[in-house]
Design a protein around this ligand. Sequence first.
Ligand SMILES: Cc1ncc(C[n+]2csc(CCOP(=O)(O)OP(=O)(O)O)c2C)c(N)n1
Ligand SMILES: CC(=O)[C@@H](O)[C@H](O)COP(=O)(O)O
Ligand SMILES: [Mg+2]
Length: 640
Amino acid sequence: MASTQTPLLDRVAGPSDLRILSDAELALIADELRNEVIDIVSETGGHLGSSLGVVELTVALHAVFNTPMDKLIWDVGHQCYPHKVLTGRRDRMRTLRQKGGLSGFTKRSESAFDPFGAAHSSTSISAALGFAVGRDLGMPTGDAIAVIGDGSISAGMAYEALNNAGDEGRRLFVILNDNEMSIAPPVGAMSTYLSRLCAPDPLARMHSLTEGFEAAMPPPVRAGMRRARQLVSGLPGTGTLFEELGFDYIGPIDGHDLGQLLPVLRAARARATGPVLIHCVTVKGKGYEPAEKSADKYHGVSKFDVSTGAMNKAKSNAPSYTSVFGETLTDEASRDPSIVAVTAAMPAGTGVKTMADRFPGRVFDVGIAEQHAVTFAAGMAASGLKPVCAIYSTFLQRGYDQVVHDVALQGLPVRFAIDRAGLVGADGATHAGAFDLAYLCSLPGFVVMAPSDEAELRHMVTTSLAHDAGPSAVRFPRGAGVGAELPERGDILPIGKGRIIREGEEVAILSLGAHLSECVVAADLLAEQGFNPTIADARFAKPIDTELLADLAATHSAIVTVEQGAQGGFGAHVLSHLANSGALDRGLRIRTMTLPDRFIEQAAPNEMYEDAGMTAQDIKEVVRALYARETKILSFPAVG
Ligand SMILES: Cc1ncc(C[n+]2csc(CCOP(=O)(O)OP(=O)(O)O)c2C)c(N)n1
Ligand SMILES: CC(=O)[C@@H](O)[C@H](O)COP(=O)(O)O
Ligand SMILES: [Mg+2]
């Protein structure tokens, strides 16, 4: 239950209720909304800082524009909690990011006020331009407004969209939400440029004072108004990058001051004929001291105590895979000066921060720019360095052509550290690391490894650093390991060789990666019923261990593969090898346990695996049916 007093907010069932309020009342709504968001996220966890930074902006945009006819598109969507509260979802906010609950991002299926789903960054301007073209070609849609952060505007897609939109010249609004933060402090020349734009401009202010229209505005608004005047008068701009690209540029304005936001948005809405960029300066975590003070820590939070800001993080006895990766990388880097690392705006999340703290000159944060990160790493590999490109599985999807064309085709020894492989939990389907096995195993020359525990991860990082013959990848899940004893230093594993974990008979479970622990539980359950399957840990998804496969095929009547990934990955390669090598001709039965052919909705990771039919119990049943020579159909019908 909400513990905050929200008398005005209680009267808002939807944005139309905002449009009848005075500006002063809107400011009060913003205050109540901020407290409401803090209260909600303290119970649910989630992306707090980004949401607090756009409270006033959210109120102003819904008050000025005619949503949902006008299309408001939040980039990433991680800042959309105030938007959800105002757009008819307030009563379900406390289900945020949980099984069956509201998504932590914008989602078309959730509301007409979410015209475009997101969670990966830098897509908003492209999507908004699509809506603008739809409107201009007669579709029943109004204005298109993209809200994009200073971190997200660093990605190639955002530039591609600005380039296209500036050239198209269609009426379109881009709100640049500049809080001088990505998850970590922002990097790059664009970030420096935005800071320069925000530097005081006394000359411009003096100039605006001479203009009657602007002089009527409260002092802080005048600079923004000057830009608005340029917009309507057609006077040449002052040459900001955005203006050079064909946008009218308004700002910078204070994104927390409704006294500035409302008149600027109203003027822009009333008069724009082409693309307009409104530069709002905001504070990440605004209005909640712990979040303002530690914008990185409060970007994404677990449940917390509102009065102290202390977070309720579930403690684990085992280290996280991420931390084992970070420590192993750093240790290896201390022995080999040619090791360098690349992150695309996720130094803490990927664990490369550990290395950056020790060897800052050898770790490169390129901002949200996965495509560039991959090719940049390829260039470093071509120069003779040993680059480790640390990108979450889901975000590496964006750099796929670079993985194929710049890395694999040239056989360059880029090492990919692919965190968040498999199902990740509350971030849901958008962040699931479901596809990397499928998209990497088909690439000639790639070595693809998946550790079954954190000790194996250590070996695999060392192996990958020692492997100079071509590209390699280690994919591992989010969260804690299993508590395996960690070796001081990783061993170099023989490439393409798996291992037998438990010798059994008749049915072999061939596991790849962290689901091995589930396979062991399944085998233990079967042992209680008198069955004794073999368990093998493949270690490598590519190259597959053909000798091990031949042995298993020769000594068992059935093989079940298990992997934390979509169809088309490890199991598919095993099946294809066994088929082509004739093993199936002798009657060998195969089952491939993968994620089903549908997106798995957010829930706790174990619940998501339950939904996917991949629990220890599920594995047990599949194996049990093979012992019984029953055909247990593993069919995963696509949904909708
Ligand atoms: C393609 C992609 N890469 C990385 C991320 C992870 N990520 C989510 S939010 C974020 C920072 C975004 O910064 P900004 O746009 O400035 O928004 P803010 O959080 O500051 O409001 C990052 C790196 C992502 N969602 N998508
Ligand atoms: C919105 C976004 O993409 C990130 O903030 C992401 O939620 C981080 O995920 P982890 O918590 O797994 O690092
Ligand atoms: Mg930002």
